[in-house]
Design a protein around this ligand. Sequence first.
Ligand code: GLU
Length: 554
Amino acid sequence: MTSKDLADLIFPNIDKTIEDYEKMYPERDLEEGAKVTRFAPSPTGFMHIGNFLSAVIDYVLAKNSKGVFYLRNEDTDKTREVENAVSSIMKILSTYDLYPDEYEFQEETKGNYGPYIQSERKEIYHAFIKHLIEIGRAYPCFCTRETLEEQRKNQEMDKERTGYYGDYAFCRSLTIEEQIEKIKAGVPYVIRFKSSGDFEKKFIFDDLVKGRIELPENDQDVPIMKSDNQLPTYHFAHLVDDHLMRTTHVVRGEEWLSSVPLHIDLFRSFGFRPPKYIHIPLIMKKDEETGNARKISKRKDKEASMSYYEEKGYPTYAVIEAIMTIANSNYEEWHQAHPEKDFTDFPFSPKKMSSSGAYFDLEKLDNISKNYISRLTKEEVYNGVLSWAKKYDADFCKHLEDEKEKSLAIFNIEREQKKPRKDYINWSSIKSQVSYFYEDYFYEDKEKTYQELEEVENVELLKEYASTYQDYPTENEWFEAMKQFAITHQFAPSPKMYQEDPTLYQGHVGMICEALRRVITGRKETPNLFQILAILGKDELQKRIQFYQDYINQ
Ligand code: GLU
């Protein structure tokens, strides 16, 4: 009996060989230096910022080198699968313009290297496992869960390294006859990889982020095919896929770093050249309570989940910019020097990535976002807010649509000028900043409208001002008229004059403006008053002052 008999017994229906697959998925015909990258999420949850960072890097590496970026659905663990996980991943990739060149989604396959869903590649994996059995680099293991559990406990008690290796790899030494006999007798089994390493020896490899890494060689005979669903484990499936899909660069979280000796052992067992590895560091944040840096937690931190940025309405541009600055800290400088370029033109360098932990802070994102929104036209701001509101705030959406001209005028305040306003952080926060313009919101609830304010005196004076109000063509003309009004009512036309001798005046022009601002907006601080008045107009101005008077007299 030979290992071929064993392989045929385990996989009687597999007749394709590795060579057949090599022919089906030949080397890609790409320019020299083109990178082939993949985003390979497991559909076990929703996308978090670490996954997103690796997808962005994958995308930039591929686009920058005229390569290929593909999506692979790593769904080998069917028990942990979450419904809609893949569609939400696709949605995020498309929202951020990171659409893969090759993928398989909703019955559509793009690309010649598929299937791109691991559960559809069972036959391919089996051919590869069959080959390993034939060459004696994989074997069936009949140890039961209970035996393995007991072995682990004993190892722990003896202070030994846990796992299935060396003398502990009991089934490694079964003869082919014994293996065949057990299989024929129906004893359940898994397939294990026969490792070639020696734990006492150093395994050295170069990670593109971390540099030279030294780890012990792999001597664990890990399972590569679980008996339950006959799909391989991640370790094995990714090797087959990355090879056949001709991946050149693997970008993934640093939690995989310690598996590299095993992965390279697997690649070598087939005589394949492993891809280059880019293990990206953990994403860190400053803890709100302690002020210390810590890992962003999926459980505790809202900003760990990509859905947060959508719900908050951060422009996608800002999120990408913030992520790119985590990827390489010189990104911002580069973009300032090349404002016309796209992020995909950035020469991303894994070496320049922080290897100890990538720091992400929301303040930074807010800053990028504020600056970005400040450069947009009123139409762009309108469209941004509107598309956010369509999904998250139906009432505000209706106001934006019904009062489009007014909304555009609102978003135009202090915009498209040398020093544009920078107080809009994201689409979701804009409503509360502009709600007073909309009559429904302003008049909805007097208490709420004026909750921030102490009482404003001189309401009669404001009423009189309103009766003289006109549409002024320029801010200058408006302010001249305002000063005249002040003088007529014993108010100084400038704070300076008032301070020189306060006994001469009732107050100064700024005080009238402040009182007016408060009464007509319910806020202590607003953008330019002239522009607000221009949008509201005389009738509304009078109506609001009366509203305030009713409020204080009630
Ligand atoms: N499916 C693995 C994960 O989601 C991918 C790791 C890799 O990119 O190789 O963690």
